[in-house]
Design a protein around this ligand. Structure first.
Ligand code: HEC
Ligand code: HEC
Length: 425
């Protein structure tokens, strides 16, 4: 009896591995319980040299960088930075969160800065000895917004950012302060393989089809990654991460990350390239080869996925894509990678408190159900304000307001099926 059960599960395993080459992010036959490793597995089928490269990249991802040149390639930190390793923010390749208290330092998130800031695109809140950090972000609670759900007023807490001890003076009033948590990075490499033509076909910047949902490409019209789809792919994102999160220069970003006029920073900057191309490419390959977790099948999740479709969530959270140039043929990331106006509630705020950009990339939902297992919290949305799925959905406004209101109007059974579906991802 025991023998035949073991044989059965071995056969199922073989089946899911063979199938995985074709459909990634699809339901696997024998999926184990959520685990803290769910964002850390290589794509199925990776072997030999590629698997060895994956291990090298993982070591780079976890390397704690130190300042100055180091023979083992672990140097180059700073002069200004946010964190000393990739995994410091993407803990187990997972999701960051806002600090526990409003005055606590940021550990797994950053403040991006809008155009015209003297600090460049990001506030660096740490620095090597002898250099002043650019400033420190604190969160000031906003008055709570309430949304009615089943006759109960749900409080939706949020916060806005202020900058303390700015080394070069306060940013100008029109500069947007955009707090963003580190997203989980499992599956990112596959998002890079969605054909440009398919994304272009879905984009509808002027809402010509009149369905109330526009959707445009971020960056220079080729953006895919980050909460605002600013960067076109993994190489550019890794170069930016090294440069702006850690102060490490690379062939792609060779100049020091010092703000104009930050003299102590300029003096301390070593000059030259601080990470070898080999180590850089190992990081890129690692991120590209991280597999998205397979969803966990259940009758409730199944029913919930139909509700998700029926109430219009898939108008932005596109379920399925066919890929090009990879053994993985089909993925189910639940994103269109396009920017949508989600309303004033989620918009960036400028220094003077006025509204900034209200467009965000449709967040891929694969892995959203594993954040708790991997990172021990349930925070969602670009700044981590939502404390779970219901809050995340209730924050949807702008183009997503009709879908949000259909969610509010659901019968209890349909709503819990929808939540079971999200938790299964
Ligand atoms: C200080 C925190 C921090 C550090 C350190 C950090 N990241 Fe990130 N990472 C972020 C944030 C925040 C974003 C989202 C940025 C945005 O929206 O503009 C991000 C985005 C990404 C993305 C895009 C994911 C997607 O699917 O859109 C990748 C890939 C990534 N980081 C890889 C890395 C690598 C590799 C390193 C180390 C070289 C690294 N990060 C270091 C905070 C960090
Ligand atoms: C108009 C496009 C649009 C529609 C329709 C839409 N969403 Fe979203 N969704 C987004 C965008 C954009 C974000 C990222 C917002 C942010 O981070 O501030 C997002 C984020 C989310 C998140 C948080 C993901 C994360 O990783 O933090 C969840 C959960 C979610 N949506 C579920 C839903 C559900 C359920 C529906 C249907 C009721 C829905 N969405 C409808 C665009 C949309």
């Amino acid at each position: 009896m025991i023998g035949s059960r073991a044989a059965g599960s071995a056969a199922r395993l073989a089946l899911s591995i063979a199938g995985a080459g074709l459909l990634c992010g699809a339901v696997a036959a024998a999926e184990p319980d959520p685990s803290r490793d769910d964002f850390s597995r290589p794509l199925p089928g990776l072997e030999g040299e590629e698997l060895a490269g994956f291990a090298l990249g993982r070591a780079q991802f976890r390397t704690i960088r130190l300042s100055g040149a180091r023979a083992d390639g672990s140097g180059g930190l700073g002069p200004v930075f946010n964190r000393t390793s990739c995994s410091g923010c993407h803990v187990r390749n997972g999701r960051g969160r806002p600090p526990e208290s409003d005055a606590a330092p940021l550990t797994t998130m950053v403040i991006r800065l809008g155009p015209g800031s003297q600090y460049g695109g990001q506030l660096n809140d740490k620095a090597v000895p002898g250099v002043e950090p650019e400033g420190r972000a604190v969160f000031l609670p906003n008055p709570a917004v309430h949304v009615e759900l089943d006759g109960v007023a749900w409080p939706l807490p949020s916060a806005r950012v202020a900058i303390r001890k700015p080394a070069l003076g306060p940013p100008a009033p029109h500069v947007a302060l955009s707090p963003r948590v580190a997203p989980h990075v499992a599956g990112t490499g596959l998002l890079e393989r969605i054909p440009d033509a398919a994304l272009a076909a879905l984009a509808d910047p002027d809402d010509r089809d009149g369905d109330g949902i526009s959707g445009r490409r971020g960056g220079d019209g080729n953006g895919r990654l980050g909460w605002r789809a600013e960067l076109p792919g993994v190489e550019a994102q890794v170069a930016r991460a090294l440069h702006e999160d850690m102060g490490v220069t690379s062939s792609l970003q060779p100049s020091a990350n010092c703000a104009v006029g930050h003299d102590a920073c300029a003096v301390q900057a070593g000059g030259g390239i601080e990470i070898s191309d080999v180590a850089f490419q190992a990081l890129v390959a690692y991120v590209r080869n991280l597999a998205p977790p397979a969803p966990r099948a259940s009758p409730a999740a199944d029913a919930g996925s139909r509700v998700f479709d029926a109430i219009g969530c898939t108008a932005c959270h596109t379920a399925e894509w066919e890929l090009e140039g990879t053994p993985v043929r089909v993925i189910r990331p639940y994103t269109d990678l396009l920017l949508h106006d989600l309303g004033p509630g989620l918009a960036d705020r400028r220094v003077d408190g006025s509204l900034g950009n209200r467009e965000w990339r449709t967040a891929p939902l694969w892995g959203a159900g594993r954040i708790f297992a991997v990172n021990g919290h349930r925070r969602l949305l670009h700044d981590g304000r939502a404390r779970g799925f219901v809050e995340a959905i209730l924050w949807h406004g702008g183009e997503a307001a009709p879908a949000r209101d259909r969610f509010r109007g659901l019968e209890a059974a349909d709503r819990s099926a929808l939540l079971a579906f999200l938790a299964s991802l």
